[in-house]
Ligand binder design. Sequence first.
Ligand code: FES
Length: 252
Amino acid sequence: VKDFIIIDNCKSGDSYCRMVLSPADGSRLPEMLPGQFVEVGVETSGVLLRRPISINDVDYEANTLTLLVRNAGRGTSALMDMKSGDRINLLLPLGKGFSTEAPQGAKLLLIGGGVGVAPLLYLGKVLKNEGFAPEFLLGARTAADLLSLDEFKSVGTVHVCTEDGSDGVKGFVTAHPCLSEAYHRYYCCGPAPMMKAVAAVARRNGTDCEVSLENMMACGLGACLCCVEKTVKGNVCVCTEGPVFNINELTW
Ligand code: FES
């Protein structure tokens, strides 16, 4: 558990904010793996709530951590209103992240929908640092809902899908022609129906596939059992055994 200072909190409409944080005591950030998450403490009406938020980016040089927060109601709406200089309490890093090992030159596709794109930015940067050329397939309802597009473009090739056709290919990510190309692995994060559809494509074409589950979470520590998922090894807590799973571990 650590206190952080908000360096910047940039709102995108009423739906999202991008929060840049640095440890309040000036200590170095701990090592964080792509796909891991933090539990943010938010006080609303005198009650401390913890909200799980995935790690969007880490800059060890600047000693900053970035979170992309979707306004999903009580708790996260309080985060939207926080200002630079405010203090916030985080529990981190939590969970198990994506695997970043792959054969040299492997083609890797990072598929995100909605705010599910958040962990893929940091994952893409780590993969790029390890010598891969990650590609992104990003889906949203409209062009205005595509988050951090320029940052993704600075990391790798970006393919886009929108439901209304206002940018990229019209339809869901599974309609994008790049899915007919051969990839070594898909990494996927977004709404469950989207991840299940991507998992079905991966099974059909024999592509390795990791998904980051967005089960409801409270404690983040394996204590409250609200995040349980059925897997081939029985029921497990997504907060401690995940949130990232290979689809072969799931009963989808
Ligand atoms: Fe409490 Fe997983 S969130 S056990």
